[in-house]
Design a protein. Structure first.
Ligand code: ATP
Ligand code: MG
Length: 561
C-alpha cells in the first residue's frame, strides 16, 4: 500500500468522501475538482470552516484541486473588504487554492450568452410582473402557481427586451428574465425561476459594465461547469435547488457536467452561524467588530487565540452527514485545549493580585529561578523568572478564615510558590475598609526550587510574580456571546445576548518574559488557562485574551444551574 492509500484508508470517512472515492475507482471522473464558493457579503465563520475543510480536504486527499470562487453576483451587498478577509481566513486555516482563484463575475459574459441561448430556445422570457405579483403567481407548497401573462412572448420580443434590460433601459424591479419551466411543478424552485434581475449598483470587480446580474441559481452550476468542478458540495438547503441546477446543465451547451451533493450545515451552541445575524451584531455595535474574540468568525477565533489546527481537528471530529444537528461549543474548546496543552509554553501571571512581602528576604535582592516551559515537552526547555522580597499572588489563593476544603494560603499556613520556595503567612494587613491589602510572610531558604530537604509536604502550589519585575496587563475573559444554547433572536439580538460575555481585568501582572510576547502566540498561564496576546496590544499596554480556561468552567457552572 502506498503512503497515500494508507492515509486515505485511515482518514475518517463520510458519505461525500465515499462518493468521490467510488467515482475515481469507477472512472466516472479522472480526477476531482471541488470549490469553496463564498458570497463576499460578510466574514467567514466556523460553519464555513466545515465546508472549507471538506472541499479543500477532499482535493488534497485525492490529489485533485479545490478552487476558491467568489459567488459575487449581488453587488448590492458585497464589498472588497469581505473578499480580502475571506482570502486571508482560508489561507490562515491552512489551505491553498494555488492559481484557482475565480469569481462568478469572471463568467458574466458567458452567462449572459447562455441566457440569450435559453431565450432563443424558447426556454426563457422577460417578466414584467412586480416581485410582489410574481410571489402571488408562484403558488404555495400545496397549490400550483399560474402562468405569467408575459410567459408566451415571442422569442424576438424577449431578446429585444433582455437587451434593453442590459442596456439600462429599466429601473430595478421593472423587468426580470425568467426560465420557462413549469409553474405547476411540485418543486417551487422550478416554477419559472428568475435568471437575471436589474441592479443599478457598481460591482467591486466589473464596475459599471453591468446593470443586470445573474441569480445564484443561474450562476452557480454553470460556474461549476466552466471550472470543470466534478463534485459541487453545498449545504442541505440547496437540495431542493438541485433539480434546477441539473436543468440548467441539461439545457445549456456547458463544457462539463458537475454534480451537486448536499450535507448538513454546522450549528453550534450559544452562538449563531448566519452572516445576516453576524452583520447585524457588528452594525448594531453589540461587538467591537468582525474579529471581536466573542464572534464565531474565523477572524474572531484567530484573535481569541484558537489555533487553525484545532479548528481543522474540530471539523474532522464532527464529520459530514445529512442529519441536522447542533454541536456543543465545548467540543470546539476541547480541541483547542488539547492542542494548546501540547504546544503552549507555560508562563506565570496573576489576574487579581494581592501583595505578598517576604519579611526575611533581603531588601533589594533578586534572584533568577528556573521554570519549566512545558512539562509535556522537554525540548521546550526552561526559562528564568525573577524572585524578590515583594511578590503578587492571586487574591483567590488566600483566605483569612478558610473553610475546611481550602488548602491554599491562610494565616499560619505554609504553601509552595511554584519553582521558588515554601512560604508561610504570618500577618494580614488591611486597609481602613477592612479589605486585605498585603500578606506578611516568611520563606524557608532551604526550599529553593520548591522542595523541602526534610521531606515535609504542603497542600498547595501557587503561581506568583515578582512585584518589581512584573508587567502590568489587561486581561479579557470571555463567556459565550448568547445566553441560550439555541439563541432565539426573533425579538432582537439585544435580548438574546449574554450581558457577561466579556469581563475586563485591568490590573493584572505578568512575569517579565511576556514583555515582548508576539500577538497571536498563545501561552498557558499556569493554573488559569490559555491566553493570547491581542493584536491591539501596544508598547506598554499589554492585552491578553483568554482563549479557554484549563477546564470547562462554563459547563461546570451550567451543571450547577
Ligand atoms: P450564511 O447563511 O451564514 O449567510 P451562506 O451559506 O449564505 O451562509 P456562503 O458565503 O454562500 O454563505 O457560503 C459559502 C459556502 O459555505 C457554501 O457552500 C455554504 O453551503 C457553506 N456554509 C455556509 N454556512 C455553513 C455552515 N454553517 N456549515 C457548513 N457549511 C456552511
Ligand atoms: Mg449563500
Amino acid at each position: 500500500m502506498s503512503e497515500a492509500e494508507a492515509t486515505a484508508a485511515d482518514a475518517p470517512s463520510n458519505f461525500i468522501r465515499d462518493i468521490v472515492r467510488d467515482d475515481l475507482a469507477s472512472g466516472r471522473v479522472a480526477s476531482i475538482v471541488t470549490r469553496f464558493p463564498p458570497e463576499p457579503n460578510g466574514y467567514l465563520h466556523i460553519g464555513h470552516a466545515k465546508s472549507i475543510c471538506l472541499n479543500f480536504g477532499l482535493a488534497k486527499e485525492f490529489d485533485g484541486r479545490c478552487n476558491l470562487r467568489f459567488d459575487d453576483t449581488n453587488p448590492a451587498k458585497e464589498e472588497q473588504e469581505y473578499i480580502d478577509a475571506i482570502m486571508e481566513d482560508v489561507r490562515w486555516l491552512g489551505f491553498d487554492w494555488g492559481e484557482h482563484l475565480h469569481h462568478a463575475s469572471d463568467y458574466f459574459v458567458q452567462l449572459y450568452d447562455w441566457a440569450e441561448h435559453l431565450i432563443n430556445e424558447g426556454k426563457a422570457y422577460v417578466e414584467e410582473l412586480t416581485a410582489e405579483e410574481m410571489r402571488e403567481y408562484r403558488g404555495t407548497l400545496t397549490e400550483p402557481g399560474k402562468n405569467s401573462p408575459h410567459r408566451d412572448r415571442p422569442v424576438e420580443e424577449n431578446l429585444e427586451l433582455f437587451r434593453q434590460m442590459r442596456a439600462g433601459a429599466f429601473k430595478e424591479g421593472e423587468r426580470a428574465l425568467r426560465a420557462k419551466i413549469d409553474m405547476a411543478s411540485g418543486n417551487i424552485n422550478l416554477r419559472d425561476p428568475v435568471l437575471y434581475r436589474i441592479v443599478h449598483a457598481p460591482h467591486p470587480r466589473t464596475g459599471d459594465a453591468w446593470c443586470i446580474y445573474p441569480t445564484y441559481d443561474f450562476a452557480h452550476g454553470q460556474s461549476d461547469a466552466i471550472e470543470g468542478v466534478t463534485h459541487s458540495v453545498c449545504t442541505l438547503e440547496f437540495a431542493d435547488h438541485r433539480p434546477l441546477y441539473d436543468w440548467f446543465i441539461d439545457n445549456l451547451p456547458v463544457p462539463a457536467r458537475p454534480r451537486q451533493y448536499e450535507f448538513s450545515r454546522l450549528n453550534l451552541t450559544h452562538t449563531i452561524l448566519s452572516k445576516r445575524a453576524l452583520v447585524q451584531l457588528v452594525e448594531e455595535g453589540h461587538v467591537t467588530g468582525w474579529d471581536d474574540p466573542r464572534m464565531p468568525t474565523i477572524s474572531g477565533l484567530r484573535r481569541r487565540g484558537f489555533p487553525a489546527a484545532a479548528i481543522r481537528e474540530f471539523c474532522a471530529r464532527i464529520g459530514v452527514t445529512k442529519q441536522e444537528n447542533v454541536i456543543e461549543t465545548a467540543l470546539l474548546e476541547f480541541c483547542v485545549r488539547e492542542l494548546l496543552n501540547e504546544q503552549a509554553p507555560r508562563r506565570m501571571a496573576v489576574l487579581n493580585p494581592i501583595r505578598v512581602v517576604i519579611e526575611n528576604y533581603p531588601e533589594g535582592k533578586a534572584e533568577q529561578l528556573e521554570a519549566i516551559n512545558n512539562p509535556g515537552d522537554e525540548s521546550a526547555g526552561t526559562r528564568e523568572v525573577p524572585f524578590s522580597r515583594e511578590l503578587y499572588i492571586e487574591r483567590d489563593d488566600f483566605m483569612e478564615d478558610p473553610p475546611k476544603k481550602f488548602f491554599r494560603l491562610a494565616p499560619g499556613r505554609e504553601v509552595r510558590l511554584r519553582y521558588a520556595y515554601f512560604i508561610t503567612c504570618n500577618e494580614v494587613v488591611k486597609d481602613k475598609a477592612g479589605e486585605v491589602v498585603e500578606l506578611r510572610c516568611t520563606y524557608d531558604p532551604e526550599t529553593r526550587g520548591g522542595n523541602a530537604p526534610d521531606g515535609r509536604k504542603v497542600k498547595a502550589t501557587l503561581h506568583w510574580v515578582s512585584a518589581a519585575h512584573a508587567i502590568p496587563a489587561e486581561i479579557r475573559l470571555y463567556e459565550p456571546l448568547f445566553r441560550e444554547e439555541t439563541p432565539d433572536i426573533s425579538e432582537g439580538l439585544a435580548r438574546a445576548i449574554n450581558p457577561d460575555s466579556l469581563k475586563v481585568l485591568s490590573d493584572c501582572r505578568l512575569e517579565p518574559s511576556l514583555a515582548d510576547a508576539p500577538a497571536g502566540k498563545t501561552v498557558q498561564f499556569e493554573r488559569l488557562g490559555y491566553f493570547c496576546p491581542d493584536a491591539g496590544s501596544r508598547e506598554g499596554n499589554h492585552i491578553f485574551n483568554r482563549v479557554v480556561a484549563l477546564r470547562d468552567s462554563w459547563a461546570k457552572l451550567k451543571a450547577r444551574g
